[in-house]
Design a protein around this ligand. Structure first.
Ligand code: NAD
Length: 434
């Protein structure tokens, strides 16, 4: 089977490479010429563990190709995935401009029956909008089906998530489209991945409901962390014991600086907007968003208060810039708001991240970029762990203490043992722990 993936970002490239790995012939399309030129040479434009290898292998075996020509890709493919970005607009709603642009392009180039699949995260009702756009822009009468197939992969473990997902969701209107999608995903069917076959609106909503629920779990434990600090309880133990309850589960219950990234902040806001347009307030999702903002501000205040509100000229070292480990993605990363707030108060900022420095340089060209965690610590008045990269979990804290100018240590991911860090002479602050 030949398929096309329009939009070769985190989701599109992983999807394309993994389908090629399943034996499908895949054409990945992007309008970014530079990106496509790099990919043709096997250069991956972002960091994602394991992706490099499968892109190179499938390029070599001619199952994967890259182009800027959407017309050719549409012509030769039976299934066309839309995987372009759906960034938030100023009011929080999803910007569908790229999706709609692609739908028009697909329509203009359709030469035979096609299944057009939305992989981008899109508001409920978008599938039908796409259908209308395609009908309106068809240049010759051809049949087509619309499918919603939301993606649940996580950056940092995207390949593994795509190859072994918890479930595959397919929202469709026709049996023919469902059969084609099942055929495409056959290798996952064979390993007994659960398939949820439903209508388009349900599939679209499943994605937003899932991400909003995950965001709610994080905000819930973060709110509890603030209470823990006031009553002398340990949030890690609270979360662990809660998570041992099979009805709750241990995942997404780690107190910290709150959620960031390109999905949870944007999808929670978009869901609120979708609901608002339908005349209903989603109170829990709204609270999850508010608590996330509050937790960020609360922890940033801890840094500022530790300097008696006078942080001018102080050297603050930031460990971790990406929104989570194993990615170079800094979209909505907590580190960005921490750095901005501290710069606003005229602090000096030193940073290190194993993968996300290049992206961060585009946002903050004038802060100090270091080669490792120890160079960040050197001469710093305070050190802040923002992203829990493995590289930061086992630092030689004795050495860190010696080379720092001050002794403030903010561990916003709770990766160190408070007692041990304090014994070394640090003034240690973590989240929700005595
Ligand atoms: P991204 O920004 O990394 O990639 C989008 C790509 O689409 C870019 O390379 C861009 O150049 C390309 N593009 C835009 N308009 C185009 C056009 N007209 N023709 C061809 N290419 C075009 O985005 P992403 O992170 O891969 O996210 C894509 C979608 O998947 C979003 O809706 C997102 O919410 C959803 N999603 C993302 C993740 C994630 O972890 N990143 C997970 C699940 C779902």
């Amino acid at each position: 089977m030949h398929i096309a993936i329009i939009g070769t970002g985190y989701v599109g490239l992983v999807t394309g490479a993994c389908f090629a790995e399943f034996g499908v012939f895949v054409t990945c399309v992007d309008k970014d010429e530079d990106k496509i030129e790099k990919l043709k040479k096997g250069i991956i434009p972002f960091y994602e563990p394991g992706l490099d290898e499968i892109v190179k292998r499938n390029l070599k075996e001619n199952r994967l190709k890259f182009t800027t020509r959407i017309d050719e890709a549409v012509n030769e493919s039976l299934v066309i995935f839309i995987a372009v970005g759906t960034p938030p607009r100023g009011d929080g709603s999803a910007n569908l401009e790229y999706v709609e642009e692609v739908a028009k392009e697909i329509a203009k180039n359709m030469n035979s029956y096609k299944v057009i699949v939305t992989k981008s995260t899109v508001p409920v009702g978008t599938g039908f909008k796409i259908k209308e756009i395609i009908k309106k822009n068809l240049e010759k009468p051809v049949n087509f089906d619309i499918v919603s197939n939301p993606e649940f992969l996580r950056e940092g473990s995207a390949v593994e998530d795509f190859m072994r997902p918890n479930r595959v969701v397919i929202g469709a209107e026709s049996d023919q489209a469902v059969a084609i999608m099942k055929d495409l995903y056959r290798p996952l069917y064979l390993i007994e991945t659960p398939f949820v076959i439903t209508n388009i609106a349900t599939a679209e909503l499943i994605k937003y409901a899932t991400n909003s629920f995950l965001a709610t779990k994080i905000s819930f434990i973060n709110e509890i962390s603030a209470l823990c600090e006031l009553v002398g309880a340990d949030v890690n133990t609270v979360a662990k014991a809660m998570g041992l309850d099979g009805r709750i589960g241990p995942k997404f219950l780690h107190a910290g600086i709150g959620f960031g990234g390109s999905c949870l902040p944007k999808d929670t806001m978009a869901l609120l907007k979708i609901a608002e347009e339908k005349g209903i307030r989603l109170r829990i999702v709204k609270a999850a968003v508010e608590v996330n903002q509050w937790q960020r501000e609360r922890l940033i205040s801890k840094i500022i208060e530790a300097f008696n509100s006078n942080i001018e000229g102080k050297v603050i070292g930031i460990l971790g810039l990406s929104f989570k480990p194993n990615t170079d993605d800094i979209r909505e990363a907590p580190a960005l708001s921490i750095i901005q707030s501290l710069l606003n108060k005229k602090a000096m900022i030193k940073v290190y991240d194993p993968q996300a420095m290049e992206n961060t340089k585009k946002v903050f060209p004038n802060i100090i970029y270091c080669s490792d965690a120890y160079s960040v610590a050197e001469g710093a008045d305070a050190l802040v762990v923002v992203t829990e990269w493995n590289q930061f979990r086992n630092l030689d804290l004795e050495k860190v203490k010696k080379i720092m100018r001050g002794s403030l240590f903010f561990d916003f991911r709770n990766i160190y043992d408070p007692l041990k860090v304090r014994q070394l002479g640090f003034e240690y602050f973590s989240v929700g722990r005595p």
